[in-house]
Design a protein around this ligand. Structure first.
Ligand SMILES: [Fe+2]
Ligand SMILES: [Fe+2]
Length: 213
């Protein structure tokens, strides 16, 4: 396995000085999120950091902070996300009104910046785009996006099986994201649930990336 370029390893983060330690953040989040959600957030942090370790990334802090904070807005519901976006001048994606929970990413990134002292744009983007992904994702964004689905407590009945996606996340990150995202879209379509335009765009991006190898 080749090493990812330095520009992907979080080294382009500028001068992020963490305002809070991970333990302090965990304590703050425990007052807002359920115990289960907080445990999931820790699991995402360590899964993303493990993927980064495997790929020779030196600075693992962005993976831990982005993972711990990725669902920091998940204590809000429905309309609350729209109200927050309106009040804080956040742009709401076109179809987000149909499925407001997808907004917990951009709302979470805004909270990470304003309440938790995060200034690194790569960490903020990883939080903002963790649910639906986007074209041209950074390595950190990809690691958080896939870790959200493959952390040890997750289960998802899919083909290929989740165990294979977990293995691929280390060996072939782009392929693991493509297969996972496609399976999620198939599942959502199958039960008549909303799939965002952003989710379709992301899976098309990874499909093209893989086909051009
Ligand atoms: Fe989330
Ligand atoms: Fe999550």
């Amino acid at each position: 396995m080749g090493k990812y370029p330095d520009s992907w390893n979080g080294a382009n983060k500028g001068e992020q000085k963490y305002l809070y330690t991970l333990a302090e953040l965990s304590e703050m989040l425990s007052k807002k999120l359920s115990a289960k959600r907080l445990e999931h957030s820790h699991a995402v942090a360590y899964t993303a950091a493990s993927i980064a370790m495997y790929n020779g990334v030196q600075d693992l802090m962005p993976f831990l902070y982005a993972g711990l904070l990725h669902d920091c807005a998940k204590f809000m519901y429905g309309e609350e996300f729209l109200v927050y976006c309106r009040e804080n001048g956040l742009e709401v994606p076109k179809d987000a009104e149909k499925y407001t929970p997808t907004l917990h990413g951009i709302v979470g990134a805004d909270m990470a910046a304003k309440e938790y002292g995060i200034t690194d744009p790569d960490i903020l983007n990883a939080i903002a785009h963790h649910t639906d992904g986007r074209a041209g994702m950074s390595f950190l964004e990809k690691a958080i996006h896939i870790a959200d689905h493959i952390e040890p407590m997750r289960s998802f009945d899919m083909e290929p099986p989740l165990s294979e996606i977990r293995r691929l996340a280390f060996l072939d990150l782009d392929m693991s994201i493509y297969l996972m995202d496609k399976a999620i879209i198939d599942y959502l379509e199958g039960c008549g649930k909303v799939v965002t335009a952003q989710a379709y765009e992301t899976v098309a991006y990874f499909e093209k990336l893989i086909s051009e190898r």
